[in-house]
Design a protein around this ligand. Structure first.
Ligand code: IMP
Ligand code: MG
Length: 181
């Protein structure tokens, strides 16, 4: 059995992802022209999105990463966020754009915004590929948003279930039996 056998439904095909990410890259390039922004990718989920987004950005920019984890069941965010890896550099006076795969409850991003705001960046904005609106528990302003999706657990394009499926080039939903095994 291959990975493809576990897929129930493709929500966002590869071509649609790439077209939208090109638009986001163009918007970021326009808005941050002359500002030398720092893109902060949230590991692990955002690394695929960030690497594609980056190649559609045509202005000078830096890249750094943070890793977070939230305790709880595999498909639920607990609200307790831990920083597993911090930035390698100071963001004081920098124009920071946080890049994440998905905003679900908003608890992770809310915590990250509060944490990074305390380090005096010149500006702080959010770019998220996916927005699961019905699940929001904290209001988070998403400055650059790829797609709104329904309340379904999704994988692919960097997003995982139990560490797997990140390598699928599209966003999809898994068959129910995958979660039972
Ligand atoms: P939040 O704190 O609930 O907004 O979600 C934080 C993190 O949970 C996201 O950055 C993802 O890494 C993960 N996550 C949330 N929803 C999904 C999903 O549908 N599939 C895979 N990971 C998800
Ligand atoms: Mg994440």
């Amino acid at each position: 059995m291959g990975l493809l056998d576990d897929i129930d439904e493709v929500l966002i095909p590869e071509a649609a992802l790439q077209a939208r990410i090109r638009e986001l890259g163009q918007a970021v390039s326009r808005d941050y022209d002359g500002k030398d922004p720092l893109l902060v990718g949230i590991l692990i989920g955002a690394f695929v999105f960030l690497s594609d987004l980056l190649r559609h950005i045509s202005i000078p920019c830096g890249v750094d990463f943070m890793a977070t984890s939230s305790y709880g069941a595999a498909t639920e965010s607990s609200g307790i966020v831990r920083i597993l890896k911090d930035l390698d550099q100071s963001i004081e006076g920098r124009h920071v754009l946080i890049v994440d795969d998905i905003i679900d409850t908003g608890l992770t991003m809310d915590y990250l915004l509060e944490t990074l705001r305390a380090r005096y960046p010149a500006s702080l904005r959010v770019c998220a590929l996916l927005d699961k609106v019905p699940r929001r528990r904290r209001h988070v302003r998403i400055d650059y948003r790829g797609f709104e999706i329904p309340d379904k657990f999704v994988v692919g394009y960097g997003l995982d279930y139990s560490g797997l499926y990140r390598n699928l080039p599209f966003i999809c939903v898994l068959k129910p039996e995958v979660y039972r095994s």
